[in-house]
Design a protein around this ligand. Structure first.
Ligand code: HEC
Length: 80
């Protein structure tokens, strides 16, 4: 059965709107508390975070996308 477009299109937009707006957050929550306390967001800027994450590559590898998402998320915090 083909769904009419006037149903498919709004459903598509609603689905997109419910995707987390900060895609790095689930990664941060699941990965960054495993070995030490989760570091505060905003302790470094995006390039500082990238360096921290690159330094972590030998401990646990992240893909380029994961690193980009994480450094963006981490740099956006207010330092709590
Ligand atoms: C496999 C274990 C492990 C995981 C997972 C991990 N870390 Fe670390 N992290 C460490 C260790 C060990 C140190 C401290 C020793 C060192 O710096 O060599 C550290 C230190 C740090 C530091 C202090 C600065 C530095 O680079 O030494 C920051 C900031 C940090 N981690 C952030 C993170 C973030 C953000 C994540 C999630 C992406 C994360 N860590 C996940 C093991 C881990």
């Amino acid at each position: 059965m083909r769904l009419p477009l006037f149903i498919v299109v709004p459903v598509f937009f609603i689905a997109c709107a419910t995707v987390p707006r900060v895609p790095g957050e689930p990664l941060y929550l699941s990965k960054c508390g495993a070995c030490h306390q989760r570091p505060g967001r905003g302790s470094f800027d995006a390039s500082g975070w990238r360096e921290v994450l690159e330094g972590h590559q030998s401990r646990f590898p992240l893909t380029k996308e994961e690193m980009a998402l994480l450094s963006e998320f981490l740099a956006g915090g207010t330092g709590q």
